[in-house]
Design a protein around this ligand. Structure first.
Ligand SMILES: [Zn+2]
Length: 417
């Protein structure tokens, strides 16, 4: 299979562990999502008209310079800022996003050394784009590992714990309100007196540093499947729910935070130590819930060299397969994507705090939304090994990446001489 693909000039990119990087799969998912965005943009037209949605521009000055670099004039330009409704609220431009996503990663330029290293690509950066999400998760994983490396060197007494904070599932229409609530709950949580007790007139920080990532799951199972039952047998038995029963969470979202918290190692022995029930109580209070939410707290076995395990928290915001690959009607898919898309609009999906934020600033780590998605790790290209540059383009006909150009590096050098 691999051999014939190579002969046909189809892209095969293999990672360090020998696993094929699924460029094709991601590209196909982005194309499917682009179709959904296009349908939403058609459906939403009457609503946008009613809301007086219009394009906004801002005036920008551009300097005209002559060859000597002297300013010879100024042009006032109108730069598009996006779509706004008549109340001044920014809205999602589904049409533009569909168009951008359709071309996402249609061009990939690699340098071939021992393996392929991506050196250039056109990523669309649409927040839900499966291709971009994949790159972003790698980027955040890498950045967080790098921060943890500094933490280990600098703060030998700090220990990471994993904390997952959830709320009950919500309806598709209610996602945005639920996100408003859990984002403000996070702030209330981190600023609570429990985590910042007063000691001798000063506020003590129990959490020395943190990282958090938002994840939103969608439940597409109409009935309790065997696989689902096996995953949470105890829960279903306790509630007398059997395989084949109606799934009460069908067509709901499950937004939650995954986080890494750094605490001093004495925390586990001291009076500040909190059991799971206490974390539940604090999260319940912060999120103003009238029930006990599910929270998981887990001390990591992280010793030196295991920081990668910690960075695993950098999950995808949502699993595109939960929506794209399921047997859902087009209308249902559109409804889910529209809700997800407008609910996460303008939110910070990944964030750092405390010493992790300080280290991120020192290392000049950018927000995942702005970070480079081409180079997602610290690779060095060994020029002695770099044999050629390969350019692949997405080929609609074969639904795969086909080689479009090959530049032999040695030959290139010869030609310069
Ligand atoms: Zn993209």
């Amino acid at each position: 299979m691999r051999k014939s693909q190579e002969e046909n000039n189809i892209l095969i990119d293999i990672d360090k562990k020998g696993k094929i990087r699924d460029w094709r799969g991601k590209k196909m998912s982005s194309l499917s999502l682009a179709k959904i965005y296009k349908r939403i943009s058609d459906k939403i037209k009457p609503e946008y008209e009613r809301r007086g949605v219009h394009k906004r521009y801002k005036k920008v000055e551009r300097k005209i310079k002559n060859e000597a670099g002297e300013i010879t004039g100024i042009i006032i330009d109108n730069e598009p800022m996006g779509l706004y409704d008549k109340d001044g609220k920014r809205v999602v431009n589904y049409e533009k996003r569909a168009e951008n996503m359709r071309f996402c990663g249609s061009f990939l330029k690699f340098i071939k050394a021992d393996t392929l290293k991506l050196i250039s690509a056109n990523f669309c950066r649409v927040p839900l784009c499966p291709m971009c999400q994949w790159r972003k998760a790698m980027r955040v994983f890498f950045d967080t590992s790098k921060i943890m490396r500094v933490v280990e060197e600098r703060y030998k007494n700090y220990v990471p714990v994993f904390l997952t904070l959830t709320v009950r599932n919500c309806s598709v229409e209610d996602l945005s309100n639920n996100l408003d609530n859990i984002f403000s709950a996070w702030d209330a949580f981190m600023h609570s007196k429990t985590l910042r007790p007063e000691v001798k007139g000063e506020r003590k920080q129990i959490i020395k540093g943190w990282f958090r990532a938002l994840e939103i799951e969608y439940d597409a199972d109409e009935i309790i499947t065997q696989a689902r039952y096996n995953r949470a047998k105890e829960h279903y038995d306790r509630n007398n729910i059997k395989v084949g029963d109606k799934n009460l969470n069908y067509n709901t979202f499950h937004p939650h935070f995954h986080s890494i918290m750094l605490v001093d190692k004495n925390y586990f022995k001291g009076k500040d130590y909190m059991r799971t029930e206490e974390w539940v109580k604090l999260w319940r209070h912060s999120a103003k819930l009238d029930y006990d939410p599910v929270c998981h707290i887990q001390r990591t076995r992280t010793t030196k060299g295991r920081r990668e395990e910690v960075a695993e928290v950098a999950k995808y915001t949502y699993k595109d397969a939960e929506i794209l690959n399921k047997k859902l009607s087009d209308d249902k898919k559109d409804e889910i994507v529209k809700s997800l898309s407008s609910a996460i609009h303008g939110r910070r999906i990944y964030a750092y705090g405390g010493v992790m934020k300080e280290i991120a600033a020192e290392l000049k780590i950018k927000d995942a939304d702005k970070a480079d998605l081409v180079k997602v790790n610290d690779y060095e290209i060994n020029s002695a090994l770099a044999k050629m540059i390969l350019i692949y383009r997405w080929n609609m006909g074969v639904s795969n990446y086909a080689l479009s150009k090959k530049i032999e590096l040695a030959e290139k050098e010869d030609s310069i001489v």
